[in-house]
Design a protein around this ligand. Sequence first.
Ligand SMILES: Nc1ncnc2c1ncn2[C@@H]1O[C@H](COP(=O)(O)OP(=O)(O)OP(=O)(O)O)[C@@H](O)[C@H]1O
Ligand SMILES: [Mg+2]
Length: 504
Amino acid sequence: MQRSSTKAPAISLRGVGKSYSGVSVLQNVDLDIAPGEVHSLVGENGAGKSTLLKILGGAIRADHGTLTFDGERTAIHGPRDAIRHGISLISQEGALVPALTVLENVFLGRWSQRLGFRRAREDRERFDRLLEFTGFDVDPDRRVDRLPTGTQQQVEILRSLARGAQVLAMDEPTAVLTEHEKENLLGLIRRLAAGGTTVILVSHFLDEVLKVAERVTVLRDGQLVITEDAALHTPATLVRHMVGRQIDVLYPEPDPVPADAPVRLAARGLGRGLVGGVDLTVRAGEILGIAGLVGSGRSETLRLLFGADRATDGVVELDGTALIKLTPRKAMAAGLALVPESRKEQGLVMARSVRENVALASLGGRRYGPFVRPAAERSAVDAASRAVDIRAAKTDAAIQTLSGGNQQKALFAKWLLRKPRVLLIDEPTRGVDVAAKTQIHKLIVELAREGMAVVVVSSEIEELLELSHRALVLRHGHVVGEFPRGAPREAVIAAAFGDVGETT
Ligand SMILES: Nc1ncnc2c1ncn2[C@@H]1O[C@H](COP(=O)(O)OP(=O)(O)OP(=O)(O)O)[C@@H](O)[C@H]1O
Ligand SMILES: [Mg+2]
């Protein structure tokens, strides 16, 4: 689809560049995006995608170059300028006010008012109309910090729409969504574009990019490699531009679990709140997947297994012994590790260095008296960082200066260093680029081969079914099905939805 060239581009960048302490992360970017176009931005972790979006959204300022919106050359000095130009950024990190409700976040500063009084009913009606338009299902009265990440992001989208965004820039919006929610979001993007909204989409899911975008731009090491019609590309051609060479993105096959492998971790009747009566077993060397829709209790189940939330029912057993009154500290001492879903809230200390973060969980094991041995620590951290391919200028850099995907890899490395007997992983490759993703898959398969028991939650059905020996499906907090590796994904999706003649 070619746009007529008579229309002024909605956005025009010329010579845009950005450096951090002398290191250039974006160089000389020229880009025109038409009104109502869906434009996708792809590239490896650290390529500069988020940096570009943040410049558009006013979160950071470019060092060089010019920005033009609707033919008007402008400077964006901050988020307010961006909002004034109708640009709304849905960032990788999320930007909601945690202690406020969904409704308060969506209309913050833009309440319906008459004579200075808030008109609550009007806001609820506006909210309902937004829900209808987006197809989202969000409770307006819930506090946003109690919502799963996928739902929080929906709240951000609702807020952008409430502000009447002309340009919606989304940084990996589908990274935490399940198949159905992804499809819903792609449908919404199409509808928005058809209505004239310009959408810029950053994503590591290349097939999804090619489905929805009219044009695609590839960034590599801060430079624009190509901007072309999406119709000219396949995932493989995009990857070649992204990494500058041909690579295979294949799932490694896990080794069969030895017939005599002992049950390492078991849960019997485990429950709390929504999660009820979960039974599961994982043997040494086995990778068990947990599938389900957002809100089905997948992450909650992992948290119960780790004692991050205290189960009200049932028991967790390690090597046949019940872990009573389980807490994360006890779980860690017993050899369990949990790689959480949200790196910002649950996993990493943003202001600390990569090295400190990676070393954090395992310091105890390496401490001699009161002294940490810096040399041993450094080499162990470097090895773990290499294993997951963290790309940081130096390991002394603060975690917050790493790109999103590299932060995820750091979180993974942190738990690897502990060499747990049971690894619980929530969304192992969230925000990780295709090349690094294969690397993380290989690593998980390798760990299982060495006898680790692994439980993995992933919203990506394909990842789950290729990586796990078996996958359980949760619905409304209950196990509703079990599928072997390579089972048809449609069957798993149907089980997750309960499309089997039930009335709930
Ligand atoms: N505040 C900062 N200080 C120093 N370096 C930074 C800062 N923010 C980003 N960078 C660096 O800029 C580069 C580009 O980062 P950016 O976040 O734009 O990557 P990305 O393409 O979005 O990657 P990902 O796919 O992992 O999200 C990275 O090397 C990153 O470490
Ligand atoms: Mg990014």
